[in-house]
Design a protein around this ligand. Structure first.
Ligand SMILES: Nc1ncnc2c1ncn2[C@@H]1O[C@H](COP(=O)(O)OP(=O)(O)O)[C@@H](O)[C@H]1O
Ligand code: SF4
Ligand SMILES: [Mg+2]
Length: 396
């Protein structure tokens, strides 16, 4: 078979098809960028209301797609969940399920123009009875919010800190940007206060150090100081402890929990590690292949997991004191993100299928006031809330 022919049923695409996709993508992303710029001119187009004023952020059927040369990657497709005030929401799921893309959509830090939020709303509570729809908020407005009212702690502190600037300067920078009214002395005093707050004993010394002079745990503490300097309403922690060893992990998580209560903010904690979530989260959102498949309180998810994927995750978690021959692993793999099936995404791996499973993608089913699951096993037992809405790329 010639190299440039599309292999039937395979993942190869011909050069011609790839060119067509690129052309389509260029046209579409140009239009999407223009729509975004136009929406930015009129605040009415990006001002909205929260569904529940007790939430800081509401994700409502959010669709974030990447328009690549091999096709549209539906990284996040119809994701709906809330982050209530002063609480910790754990977002869990295996690598590649769309956790980071969800948070980057909220921060407007997607790699544009390839990555675009093409559907749904992300509402951020501005506290004055209104909300911003982040999807349509212009970049200039977003810069007032990012790092100030919503801040982010990344996985790898060494790559997030600038290696050529001293620590003090890097913490000062956020304060200078968002609080132009503060004097130089006030800023330095606040930076030292933050370094002390995150448990750095030698704050004056660390103020003058470069990132490479600090250990991984210390660097992550500095990242937390930067994220918290402006007392944000929401802190996004994306795998904050994955790069750290276990004892330091526990210290950093304790610190985050303690500081969150001190400044009355919420945390969106992204992790593939169920252990981290169990110790920290009030609510848990489980994602699979770009969709939320189960959500509820930590108690619902850990004591009554309902989706076969969540049940599988629980079984594959090692438990101290429990002797097992071999840890459970979920058979099969995640479907191709460029070509998702039109039935349940977990079906090909699912050992609990029932009569409805070959039909369309399962709806969200409410099985208690706090617990929602997308699985046909509960079709007759709970209230149907609705189906996740994909964006129709052809119609954008
Ligand atoms: N810049 C990009 N271009 C194309 N695809 C991307 C890009 N960033 C992420 N993706 C895809 O989006 C999906 C979700 O990624 P991500 O949110 O980073 O996963 P994780 O849950 O591990 O944080 C993956 O399938 C990934 O391949
Ligand atoms: S809907 Fe069916 S196939 Fe999908 S997870 Fe539930 S039982 Fe399995
Ligand atoms: Mg990630």
């Amino acid at each position: 078979m010639a190299n440039n022919e599309k292999k039937k049923g395979g993942s190869y695409i011909s050069a011609k098809a790839s060119r067509q996709i690129s052309k389509f993508n260029r046209k579409l992303t140009k239009k999407l960028e223009k729509d975004r710029n136009d929406a930015g001119k009129d605040p009415a187009l990006y001002t909205t209301k929260m569904k529940n004023p007790d939430n800081v952020v509401e994700f409502d059927n959010v669709c974030t797609y990447f328009f690549t040369d091999i096709g549209t990657v539906k990284a996040v497709d119809g994701v709906t969940f809330d982050v209530p005030k002063c609480s910790t929401v754990g977002v869990v799921g295996e690598s590649g399920c769309g956790k980071s893309v969800t948070s980057l959509s909220l921060m407007q830090l997607l790699q544009r123009p390839t990555g675009q939020t093409v559907g749904g709303e992300i509402r951020f509570n501005t506290g004055d009875g209104n909300a911003l729809n982040i999807v349509k908020t212009p970049t200039a407005k977003m810069q007032e919010i990012r790092g100030n009212r919503i801040s982010m702690i990344f996985q790898e502190p060494m790559t997030s800190l600038n290696p050529v600037f001293r620590i003090g300067r890097q913490v000062n920078e956020v304060l200078e940007l968002h609080h132009p009214e503060m004097t130089e002395e006030q800023i330095k005093a606040r930076t030292l206060e933050m370094l002390e707050l995150v448990g750095i004993a030698n704050k004056e010394g660390v103020y003058n150090m470069y990132p490479h002079e600090l250990s991984g745990g210390m660097r992550q503490r500095v990242m937390i100081a930067i994220a918290l300097a402006c007392t944000p309403e929401l802190i996004i922690a994306d795998e904050p402890t994955t790069a750290l060893d276990v004892t330091i992990q526990a210290q950093i998580l304790d610190l985050l929990r303690e500081l969150k209560d001190k400044i009355n903010s919420s945390i969106m904690l992204i992790t593939h590690d169920l252990g981290v979530v169990a110790n920290m989260a009030d609510y848990v959102v489980v994602m699979y292949a770009g969709r939320v498949i189960e959500k509820g309180t930590a108690d619902d998810i850990f004591h009554n997991p309902c989706h076969p994927y969540t049940i599988g995750l629980m079984k594959s978690k090692p438990v101290v004191g429990k002797k097992v021959e071999e840890l459970y692993n979920i058979p099969g793999s995640v479907p191709n993100p460029v070509d998702m099936p039109n039935y349940c995404y977990f079906k090909d791996r699912c050992e609990m299928q029932c009569e409805h499973c070959s039909g369309q993608y399962p709806p969200e089913i409410k099985i208690s006031d706090t617990h929602v699951v997308s699985c046909y096993r509960f079709f007759e037992q709970g209230e149907i809330l609705g189906y996740p809405k994909s964006a129709n790329v052809e119609e954008l």
